[in-house]
Design a protein around this ligand. Structure first.
Ligand code: S3P
Length: 461
């Protein structure tokens, strides 16, 4: 991909449906009763992977190649999943493999889960351990708790059904603030009698909880759950309670535009925009850390057309234009709400006045790539200074100065490729990004979207 310096980006665009929400709609739809219609699904490779593995277990999933087309899942209850005849390949998708482990364990469906080279290197004990503690047979059989994840058919012996009052609540304490792990536990516990309470060290995205409610289950969250930066004290820590109940009901679900993709359009607008408007973006408060961060950096984000879609996810139209940015300090408590946007935020910090810092984000080291190292190579290529640490970085911004023109291999990680694409629009000359097809994982139409705003981007065949 050859990206030319661009200015005056202007226009109104939308972005694909949220990747996290689409995974959940497919997985919950598969074990619900009746049809689930998924409107505005994310259609990147990761979401297609979830659809494919469900099909391999006999679930009727109808997906369409056209961006924006509806997808549907015919749910036949938790008993309808057929044990797969070979290993399920979860590709590049951490959310697919971790949520599936919980879903299969809860349904007692034996399976072996594997993935691509990057996924095979990511930690899986974080999901296997709490599921084992709950009595499920889920083992991370690779070296150092890596894939393959092997799910056995045994399930915890159900307690006699004494009703909600009769059973003591089952409490699960999570060690990592991870929505993937929290969701795996929720999915594994759907068939349990009695109340299940999950305590997290810090609040993580709550899409699973919202969707379970929309599909008929009672799920409550502590009132301060949406406050960013929970204190981490056991009785103050965020908690989610899953109340016992029957099967999920299939229904229509609206998937909001993915804020994690919109960020790659909004950031281009902040660097080189005149008036960049993104319609229908998901603004669930557990996800909006990027918007808070850019406002703290001095950007003005205008919100309009707020509404809540079928399924309970809030959306809004967001507009930005080029802004002078100042440095920002991101602390551990801020991290979960902005985790996927941190590489992109580093690009904005490289363009800002002053020294920015990030701490408490060691999770970045176990994403699709080691995002502390891959982001550092991008920031250096732009000509800014960066020092990395175990859990973050310090970046001395270039202020008004332009980024250097650069060439970079971005094939390691979709969010690196997209961050580099945004940076290249603000560089001093054309930039060549090798291996850019990795952006298919989450945002296949980034190039078309940016061209619609006036950017010049060419693709070598
Ligand atoms: C996700 C949760 C986050 C996020 C990932 C998607 C999800 O991961 O980084 O891109 O859909 O639940 P963790 O749960 O590992 O924090």
């Amino acid at each position: 991909m050859r990206v030319h310096p661009s200015t005056g980006l202007t226009g109104v665009v939308s972005v694909p449906g949220d990747k996290s929400v689409t995974h959940r709609a497919l997985l919950l739809g598969a074990i619900a009763e009746g049809r689930t219609l998924i409107r505005n699904p994310g259609h990147g490779e990761d979401n297609r992977t979830t659809a494919r593995v469900l099909r391999e277990m006999g679930v009727e999933v109808t997906i369409d190649a056209e961006p924006g087309a509806e997808w549907s899942v015919m749910g036949r209850g938790p008993g309808a999943l057929r044990p797969p005849t070979r290993s399920l390949d979860c590709g590049n998708s951490g959310t697919t493999v971790r949520l599936l482990a919980g879903l299969l364990a809860g349904c007692g469906v034996p399976a072996t889960l594997v993935g691509d080279e990057s996924l095979m290197e990511r930690p899986m004990a974080r999901v296997a351990d709490p599921l084992m503690d709950l009595g499920h047979d889920v083992r991370a059989t690779g070296p150092r708790g890596r894939l393959p994840l092997v799910v056995g058919s045994s399930r915890p012996v159900p307690e006699p059904d004494e009703g909600e009052e009769g059973l003591p609540p089952l409490r699960v304490l999570l060690r990592t603030a991870s929505a993937q792990v929290k969701s795996a536990v929720l999915l594994a516990c759907l068939q349990r009698p009695g109340l299940v309470e999950i305590v997290e060290p810090a609040p993580s995205r709550d899409h699973t909880e919202r969707m379970l409610r929309a599909m008929g289950r009672r799920v409550t969250s502590s009132s301060h759950y949406l406050t960013p930066g929970g204190t981490g004290e056991p009785d103050q820590a965020p908690r989610v309670a899953l109340h016992p109940g029957g099967a999920l009901r299939g229904r229509t679900l609206d998937v909001p535009g993915d804020l994690s993709s919109a960020a790659f359009v909004l950031a281009a607008g902040l660097l080189r925009g005149e008036d960049v408007v993104v319609r229908g973006v998901g603004v669930n408060p557990t996800r909006t850390g990027f918007l808070d961060a850019i406002e703290r950096m001095g950007a003005r984000v205008a919100w309009s057309d707020r509404s809540v879609g079928e399924g309970g996810e809030p959306v809004a139209t967001l507009s930005v234009s080029a802004s002078r940015l100042r440095a920002i300090h991101i602390e551990e408590g801020d991290v979960p709400r902005v985790i996927d946007e941190l590489p992109l935020l580093a690009v904005l910090c490289a363009a800002a006045d002053g020294e920015s810092s990030l701490a408490g984000a060691a999770e970045l080291r176990v994403k699709e790539s080691d995002r502390i190292e891959t982001t550092s190579s991008l920031v250096k290529a732009l000509g800014a200074d960066i020092e990395t640490s175990a859990g973050g970085w310090r970046i001395r911004g270039l202020g008004e100065a332009k980024f250097a023109a650069f060439d970079l291999d971005v094939s390691a990680d979709h969010r690196l490729a997209l961050s580099a694409g945004v940076a290249a629009l603000a560089a001093a000359g054309p930039c060549v990004l090798e291996g850019h097809s990795i952006l298919e994982v989450s945002f296949p139409e980034w190039m078309t979207t940016m061209r619609a705003l006036g950017a010049r981007i060419e693709e070598d065949s």
